[in-house]
Write a protein that binds this ligand. Structure first.
Ligand SMILES: CC(C)(COP(=O)(O)OP(=O)(O)OC[C@H]1O[C@@H](n2cnc3c(N)ncnc32)[C@H](O)[C@@H]1OP(=O)(O)O)[C@@H](O)C(=O)NCCC(=O)NCCS
Length: 397
């Protein structure tokens, strides 16, 4: 049954400076009282314009928040928004307020120059408007009893060491060398150490050190604090961010198992991250195909493709890449319409957002619809794809 409104909706619009307590009440009621503490990247004064709300009477009834950060995709720099803490007050649900606020977030992000939206969820609210899981990624698991696997990744001379906010500079220097990553302001590191929550869960930060100091790091969910864990469940260590030399990252897995007394350790590995895939496979570990976290929707197709054009040129050649024209039927940020790609003589069409994201970034199953139109152009572009999918890590909201 559809609930009746008690007052006419004001919004979607940015949160006003005097409305923090109303927003705190909403997200505390819908999620948990610690939301402002747990999501400092979202809930800070400088980000207020990106906290999109609908107010009815003296209540903020709906919220869709997002952050905006640059991200590097193998050398190309794009602008990414991340949506999180999406909530409608229980008594106001089912009236389309959440959907309105989600679209407003896309419109506002588009105006702010965002190319791609990441959403930390996959429910109908998002998939109905074309958001999709993407990524040709892997999840690798090391079982504590797998002696061959443990020996295969262990490296003499490396040690797991705790790291703190005092190490942010060293961690940032390791992170900034990653080929696929968010460009992370120091503030985000500080906030992560301050609140201790990464990807929605209390987390620990570990360095991997050789004789010279910390050369790699891993961020892990604290095995005893994993959400929805039952007392009888075996402890497992989930690596939610890693950076640095891949033999050092792989070395961390058995060391973490020992440190926590866990039954296994698991790590999400991006499809582009062949060095880590190779290191883990070499030790006899098998990865299972996995999408990246949450769902995505392209915000501005022509702008995104313009930015990744050098990557496409690297894969297909400069001549074709420089001739490609990318067009969207609808304005940037819209959930509707299809997409055209032409090279002056040949054209292909991608029907809608639901097809676009999986075509650009791939899917774990390798299944996505093939664009309509010229088959030779479709084949040329297939050789330039997928683009690497982003993984949130510390940037999760
Ligand atoms: C998810 C949430 C924000 C939705 O808010 P809302 O204002 O009720 O959103 P809407 O009215 O636009 O849509 C609600 C439901 O109406 C139905 N609906 C809305 N538009 C529809 C349409 N065009 N066609 C069919 N069904 C539709 C759907 O069942 C939809 O739920 P779904 O997302 O599970 O598919 C709200 O239920 C909530 O706060 N839930 C708890 C927190 C949460 O789960 N947040 C999301 C984290 S990823």
């Amino acid at each position: 049954m559809v609930a009746e409104p008690t007052a006419s909706p004001d919004g979607p619009r940015a949160l006003r400076g005097d409305e923090w307590p109303l927003l705190d009440h909403l997200v505390s009621t819908v999620f948990r009282p610690e939301m402002f503490h747990d999501y400092p990247q979202l809930f800070n004064a400088a980000n207020r314009a990106n906290l999109r709300v609908i107010r009815e009477g003296d209540q903020v009834v709906t919220h869709v928040g997002f952050t905006v950060r640059p991200a590097v995709l193998l050398g190309s720099v794009i602008n990414v928004a991340c949506i999180g803490a999406v909530a409608t007050a229980p008594e106001a649900r089912g009236r389309g307020l959440g959907s309105m606020c989600v679209q407003d977030a896309f419109d506002h992000a588009s105006a702010a120059g965002v190319d791609l939206m990441l959403i930390s969820g996959g429910r109908g609210l998002y998939t109905r408007v074309g958001c999709r899981e993407v990524g040709v990624d892997h999840r690798f698991i090391l079982e504590s009893g797998d002696t061959a696997g443990r020996a295969g990744v262990a490296r003499p001379g490396l040690a797991l060491v705790p790291v703190t906010a005092a190490d942010i500079r060293a961690l940032g220097a390791i992170h900034e060398r990653e080929a696929v990553r968010f460009v992370r302001p120091r503030d985000d590191w500080e906030r992560a150490f301050d609140c201790g929550i990464v990807m929605n869960t209390p987390s620990d930060f570990w360095g991997v050190a050789d004789g010279s100091g910390v050369i790699a790091y891993v961020v892990v969910h604290r095995p005893d604090r994993v959400r929805y864990r039952k007392a009888e469940d075996a402890l497992f260590v989930r690596v939610v961010e890693h950076a640095g030399p891949r033999d050092a990252v792989a070395h961390a897995l058995p060391a973490l198992i020992d440190r926590y007394g866990a039954a296994r350790a698991e790590v999400h590995v991006g499809g582009h991250d062949m060095d880590l895939v190779r290191a883990l496979r070499h030790a006899g570990l098998h990865g299972v195909p996995e999408a990246s976290s949450g769902t995505i929707r392209v915000v501005d197709f022509p702008r995104l493709m313009g930015k990744v054009r050098p990557l496409i040129a690297g894969r297909t050649g400069h001549d074709l890449a420089s001739r490609l024209v990318f067009e969207a039927d609808e304005r940037a940020g819209s959930a509707r319409g299809g997409f055209s790609i032409g090279d002056g003589t040949r054209t292909i069409r991608v029907a809608d957002h639901a097809s676009l994201g999986p075509w650009l970034f791939g899917t774990p199953e390798g299944t996505h619809s093939v664009p309509q139109g010229d088959p030779s152009l479709a084949a040329d572009l297939a050789s330039a794809l997928p683009l690497p999918a982003l993984w949130y890590g510390v940037n999760y909201v």
